[in-house]
Design a protein around this ligand. Structure first.
Ligand code: XUL
Ligand code: CO
Length: 443
């Protein structure tokens, strides 16, 4: 194996909450069986190639701070291979089962579409070889249709049909590669599918283009027999002022409008939820309610900063409730938890990257274990069950089943002499119960 910046690190092991070692898992005991299967199969953690291997530490006010051997001048394909060698060593060190990539993370772009695809194919071959030597698997693949200037006015929503065609060719190749590399999902995040100003935008035209594009993607999935899920990743804004895939509710409406709600699910990102004015758990619960929960991008923002800082998760309350809704929805199935998160620009050492993943996996594992305990405990579910118990009566059930009309309900209400009384929502009681369980150390 080639020597890389991660090769000298041992694989991080589970040592339990009392471990004094800096690099050890305290909660992520991958093989621990919970709710019938190992933790690693519930959570399906993935390392994001872009943040961990391709990101150079720039922010809106400053340039790169992260030096890596593969950023130095040299033959672009040779450097992409050095990067891939390091990537798989990082996956080995953190001991997480999956990774995710964009085409542009793994291969250099070319002058033309043909040259760009040629580079991509060389690197897909290389990744295939790597996958045969390591135990890491591919959670999802995607195409970067937002960084290059050609996408500045949109990808599939671009006013120029040649950009649409470029995107179609790119996504076709990325889907082929994802299938070949054994990926479980294919993700579409429309970073530039929206507008900077409505003044120059024909919204109906752009939405129809986006609907057509997604239909083509779904048709191609069936044509090649890809058995992974197609996922849209909602985000309300940034880089555009308004992004069409605003949040789960908007995406669901879009899927219904174009007849794709049975074909496409969502990849929900924690900080995108916050940018849309929601919580992570809200987005997960809503996706579950619509039957479109696909996968998660776990990360966090910074309450003091207005942009998508993509930090590693560290907040137990919201994550536990998120995991609760995941479990209630029947789990992530083919999805997983992708660390769409990057280290801060001062954290430029390879070791910083390892600490980041260890902390992220630990907090998610702890949240999952707590959510499982919350369900097993039963008191929270009992309060919820009680709150809606009235709907179990035959008369109320008949309303929901569509068996009675508005005027029949009126007649029923008058006959029964109904007089509904206020009932407590028990918010503080629930909060106290959850706090006791979430911040308890025994899991
Ligand atoms: C951007 C973002 C992307 C997608 C993949 O905010 O989340 O990294 O996850 O394109
Ligand atoms: Co993301």
């Amino acid at each position: 194996m080639a020597d890389t910046i991660f090769s000298s690190f041992e694989t991080v092991k589970y040592e339990g909450p009392s471990s004094e070692k800096a690099l050890a898992y305290r909660w992520y005991d991958a093989d621990r069986v919970v709710l019938g299967k190992p933790l690693k199969d519930h959570l399906r953690f993935a390392v994001a190639y872009w943040h961990s291997l391709a990101m150079q530490g720039g922010d809106p006010f400053g340039g790169p701070t992260i030096q890596r051997p593969w950023f130095a001048a040299g033959d672009p394909i040779a450097q992409a291979k050095v990067k891939a060698d390091a990537a798989f060593e990082l996956f080995r060190v953190v001991g997480l089962p999956f990774f995710c990539f964009h085409d542009a993370d793994i291969a250099p772009g070319g002058e033309t579409l043909a040259e760009t695809l040629k580079n991509f194919h060389i690197m897909v071959d290389y990744l295939e070889e790597k996958l045969s030597k390591y135990s890491t698997k591919l959670l999802w693949g995607t195409a970067n249709l937002f960084s290059h200037p050609r996408f500045m006015a949109g990808a599939s929503t671009n006013p120029d049909p040649e950009v649409f065609a470029w995107c179609a060719a790119t996504v076709k190749n990325c889907m082929d590669a994802t299938k070949r590399l054994g990926g479980s999902n294919y993700v579409l995040w429309g970073g530039r599918e929206g507008y900077e100003t409505l003044l120059n935008t024909n919204m109906k035209q752009e939405l129809d283009q986006m609907g057509r594009f997604l239909t083509l993607v779904v048709e191609y999935k069936h044509k090649i027999g890809f058995d992974g899920q197609i996922l849209i990743e909602p985000k309300p804004k940034e880089p555009t002022a308004h992004q069409y895939d605003f949040d789960v509710a908007t995406v669901y409406g879009f899927l219904k409008r174009y007849g794709l709600e049975k074909e496409v699910k969502v990849n929900i990102e924690a900080n995108h939820a916050l940018l849309a004015g929601h919580t992570f758990e809200h987005e997960i619960a809503l996706a579950a309610a619509h039957g479109i929960l696909g996968s998660l991008d776990v990360n966090r923002g910074d309450a003091l900063l207005g942009w998508d800082t993509d930090q590693f998760p560290n907040e137990l309350w919201s994550l536990t409730l998120s995991m609760y809704h995941v479990i209630k929805a029947g789990g992530l199935k083919q999805g997983g938890c992708n660390f769409d998160a990057k280290v801060r620009r001062q954290s430029f050492t390879p070791e910083d990257l390892i600490h980041a993943h260890v902390g992220g996996a630990d907090i998610c594992a702890r949240a999952f274990l707590t959510a499982a305990k919350l369900i097993e405990d039963g008191r929270y579910d009992a309060i919820l069950e009680q709150r809606y118990a009235g709907w179990k009566s035959p008369e109320a059930a008949a309303i929901l089943e569509g068996k009675v009309s508005l005027d029949q309900i009126e007649a029923m209400a008058l006959k029964n002499g109904i007089n509904p009384q206020p009932r407590s929502g028990k918010q503080e009681q629930i909060e106290n119960l959850l706090a006791r369980l979430i911040y308890s150390d025994t899991l």
